[in-house]
Design a protein around this ligand. Structure first.
Ligand code: NAP
Length: 314
């Protein structure tokens, strides 16, 4: 379905920042309660979920389904209930006594009675020699987007969490060789993924090792890794480097709002998903709890139901 555009909209009941699983679920619940609901999405519909090649742990969708496909389904479902989705970034939130005004990337404003922050997280960058120079020239933070460039070539995946291992298995489908460089001797990823990776003949895990440098001539041709136990370094020939060393919260729009964050920059809420600022709620990865699609959708539902109660009271 084509996006419902709402370029001229200046008012809404409930505004939702972010179109990942938390934001989309909040939108579905909010619209079904009868509230005029506007979602603002950044560059990617579906947030982090959309960057995941295979999802097989979301109940009712045995899959494997791609994150992009699930995101599109959620979007279509939200729009079918009248949610208006706009591709504009929210730059700041002006906190009025009864209303919140969102200032959008093009300078336009929309005033709403409650706001749900479901802005999620973005990839944590790894600061290594060559990291900036070779970004887009072999270094990537998105295997779904860039994996095809490395068909029949060797690649490295940095990290040992669910994201790194999911992407390593995905890349092994097309690349000739996948090295997982992990700083410990045990993967953080869930057992079923870790076993699949370790058993894959194309994947080799370089244990207890960190990336020190990315090298190349115009494009990446090798990496230097260091064993943290022996301090030995070695050079591995690869053409691609996929970095999955966790995420950082997308909280830039909160500056000046007074919304309380924890020490890692994630939003603090109570059980009803309300923040310390009346009328501002949060849901999903931006809360920094269990970062799963299932928990994000649950957050989104709770946030929308309570934002709805709040709107009815004011
Ligand atoms: P994560 O679970 O935080 O894992 C990050 C990985 O990067 C860890 O293995 C960590 O090592 C490593 N790391 C962190 N900083 C590093 C550094 N400076 N140098 C080298 N390695 C470093 O993050 P994620 O995998 O991006 O996943 C984010 C969230 O989404 C998680 O909650 C995850 O469970 C969820 N997710 C779930 C699925 C799924 O359920 N299938 C798929 C994707 C993501 P240590 O292990 O030593 O800490």
């Amino acid at each position: 379905m084509e996006n419902i555009k709402n370029e001229n909209q200046t008012k809404c009941d409930i505004a939702i920042i972010g179109a990942g699983p938390a934001g989309m679920t909040a939108g579905i619940y909010s619209a079904r309660l009868g509230f005029e609901t506007a979602i603002f999405e950044g560059a990617v519909t579906g947030g982090q979920m959309a960057l995941t090649p295979h999802i097989e742990n979301y109940p009712g969708v045995p899959g494997p389904v791609s994150g992009m496909e699930l995101a599109e389904k959620m979007k279509t479902q939200a729009e079918s209930f009248g949610v208006k989705i706009t591709e504009k970034t929210v730059v700041t939130i002006e906190n009025g006594s009864d209303e919140k005004t969102l200032v959008l990337s093009d300078g336009s404003k929309i005033t709403c009675k409650a706001v749900i922050i479901a802005s999620g997280a973005k990839s944590r960058k790894l600061n290594v020699k060559g990291g900036k120079e070779f970004f887009g020239r072999g270094i990537s933070y998105c295997a779904v987007c860039d994996g095809a460039f490395f068909k029949d070539k060797a690649v490295a995946v940095i990290g040992g969490g669910n994201a790194a291992i999911t992407e390593a298995i995905f890349l092994a489908g097309t690349s000739s060789k996948v090295y997982i460089v992990h700083r410990r001797d045990e993967l953080r990823a869930e057992k079923i993924l870790a076993e699949k990776a370790v058993q894959n003949p194309k994947i080799t895990v370089i244990w207890d090792s960190v990336l020190k440098e990315v090298k190349g001539e115009g494009l990446v041709n090798s990496i230097v890794v260091e064993n943290v136990k022996t301090n030995e370094t070695k050079t591995i020939e690869v053409n691609g480097v996929f970095i999955y060393v966790g995420t950082v919260p997308s909280n830039e729009m909160l500056e000046g709002t007074g919304v309380k964050l924890d020490e890692t920059g994630h939003i603090l809420t109570d059980e009803s998903m309300e923040t310390n600022v009346k009328g501002i709620f949060a849901a999903g990865d931006i809360r920094g709890k269990t970062k799963q699609i299932a928990t994000s959708t649950a957050d989104g539902a709770v946030a929308a139901l309570n934002a709805g109660k709040f709107v009815k009271q004011i």
